[in-house]
Design a protein around this ligand. Sequence first.
Ligand code: HGY
Ligand code: MN
Ligand code: MN
Length: 421
Amino acid sequence: VTSPDPDIVEFGRKAETLIQALADCSEEPTRLIRKFLSPEHRRAADLVQAWMSDAGMTVTQDALATLRGHYNPSNASKLVLCGSHIDTVIDAGRYDGNFGVVAGILAVDEIRRRGIDLPFGLEILAFGDEEGVRFPTTLGSSSAIAGLVNDEVLSLVDDDGISMRQALMEFGADPSAFRNIVYRPEDLLAYLEVHIEQGPVLEAQGYPVGVVTSIAGHARHMITVKGVAGHAGTVPMTLRRDALTAASKIILDIEQLARDNQAHAMVATIGRLELLPGASNVIPNEVTFSVDLRAASDAPRIAATAEIERICAQIEANRGVQVTLAQDHAGDTTACSEPIQDHIAGAISDIGLTPFRLPSGAGHDGQSLAKITDIGMIFVRCRDGISHNPAEHASMDDMGYAVAALVGTLERMGRHYSASS
Ligand code: HGY
Ligand code: MN
Ligand code: MN
């Protein structure tokens, strides 16, 4: 393996420095937690705003607190958007989302430093809500700028009953500006995102970076099981309407359903579970849990959702409990634009690497932007494929290659659009 050029090493070193600075903006000292519109989100956004300004961008904050770093020296009429998210999951890794924003900033800085003329403007986006940890939604920021949701999202409330509208105002954003949050499709040429793979494929193949072909479809439900609370010592097993054992049966049936669908790369995850009343000598009477369901294509995932509804109805009948399902997210499998994949592949080849193409099992903001423009993604190898975990790690050199590939992609797109204009 050739050792990377000095500029690649420099990109990687700069990226790591910014990633570390963002990692210090956390709700807790020993776990990385940065929820949408939290004080730590504010601190991270202030860092990103300063970095965007230093790179020559004009920075605005939209109604949902997405930072938009604008760089358009040729005053071009159309934009290429490039971004990712700066919110994190609970006990997160440092690179998920954050590296994509850092890569965009470093790319603009490099383009300005080298005086590269592009026939389009650039807008670097730092989304505050992709993970959907605080409010019952996912891809919240990108859905809004793509016009996929209306201002009813402002009335969503978090676990403490705080509405998004109130949180936005406390954060220093202006929710009333929601009406002009969307981008017009005709103003856009593309959306690009650099992101860690969050899986093991690039590492297994020995490639630092890759070209993303598609983003897996994704459905998220909340299931509530209601039973009857009772005395742990006096209610015979045959008379119980135990919400937790009923929920457990549903959960294991869902796990088996995904296992039976490996041909479609189906995965099902129960990430959150709350039960009431929560005393060791009381039979639980209410359990609510999340179901995250994904597959390589939409039909199997939709069929599995119907099967989950059947499983719930059967357990409701067999166990005398009440089961309700609420879907709070559904995103179809999203293809990345072929021409943009080719620009990315060309840029990766230009820096001496193999342009390996692969799908994304993880969800990304590109699923929202794909509704209004062409999308492309550059993946970075991450150690052991670990993500959503503090052990998540991308090497400086690999990050450097990704930044260089992004710059190269923008240059190639620039030549393409200059030739065709
Ligand atoms: O869950 C996902 O796939 C993304 O990390 N939000
Ligand atoms: Mn994530
Ligand atoms: Mn992410």
